[in-house]
Design a protein around this ligand. Structure first.
Ligand SMILES: [Zn+2]
Length: 89
């Protein structure tokens, strides 16, 4: 089956999106598909996102480029927190 986004490459990923209690399944290739590490959207709660990102980089199997991206994301999220809300380092 061909990718539904570009229509050129073989679809290798099934994306399931749930919106308004309707599930949509999309077949996309690995070029059009999501990045392996999905960084949290900015609308979410920064304190919660920082905590989950910190758990992620505590794992030993995280490659260095990913670790670097996660640390940068934590830094960005910290800037959005009111000073009193900063989780203990
Ligand atoms: Zn594609």
């Amino acid at each position: 089956m061909l990718c539904e986004v570009c229509g050129e490459r073989e679809a290798t990923i099934h994306l399931t999106t749930i919106a308004d209690s309707t599930a949509t399944i999309q077949y996309v290739c690995d070029v059009c598909g999501p990045e392996p590490l999905e960084l949290p959207p900015y609308e979410s709660d920064p304190a919660f996102e920082i905590a989950s990102l910190q758990r992620l980089i505590e794992r030993n199997d995280v490659p260095d480029p990913v670790r670097k991206a996660v640390l940068e994301q934590i830094e960005r999220l910290r800037k959005r927190l009111p000073p009193d809300d900063l989780p203990a380092a």
